[in-house]
Design a protein around this ligand. Structure first.
Ligand code: FES
Length: 145
């Protein structure tokens, strides 16, 4: 069986929503201290809906594929729904990832959450800090580039 699903390969080769939003309402930047990969997510919010989203990543193929899929999953959705997006949902939408690459999908989840938090902070919107707890890295020390 191939290591990566067709969907992962497709999103890696043709990532959606790559770039930067100059007029972003929220920007989230996260990094994985172990592999050094960095991801930045930009969201545009209108009336509680994410109307546009872009990302940049200095990361591995799985980081590119998962952030691409994450942007597809949150675009056009209410901001609260984006906050609920889990790395598990992103991985499922990509038809799976090898176990040692799961931590790359955590980066995508965290980047979305960081962008939402930035949006809340900039707009003085109260939120439950519990929702912004750091995710556990499920495969500490196993970056496997
Ligand atoms: Fe670091 Fe994938 S995000 S190896």
């Amino acid at each position: 069986m191939a290591l990566y699903s067709d969907k992962v390969m497709e999103h890696f080769r043709n990532p959606r929503n790559v770039g930067k939003l100059d007029d972003a309402d929220g920007i989230g930047e996260v990094g994985n201290a172990k592999c050094g990969d960095i991801m930045r997510m930009y969201i545009k919010v209108d009336d509680g809906i994410i109307t546009d989203v872009k990302f940049n990543t200095f990361g591995c193929g799985s980081a590119i594929a998962t952030s691409s899929m994450a942007t597809e999953l949150i675009k056009g959705k209410p901001i609260e729904e984006a906050l609920e997006l889990s790395n598990k949902a992103v991985v499922e939408a990509l038809d799976g990832l090898p176990t040692h690459k799961i931590h790359c999908s955590v980066l995508a989840e965290e980047a979305v959450r960081a962008a939402v938090k930035d949006y809340y902070d900039k707009n003085g919107i109260a939120y439950d800090p519990e929702k912004f707890r750091e995710s556990e890295d499920p495969h500490e020390g196993s970056c496997g580039l």
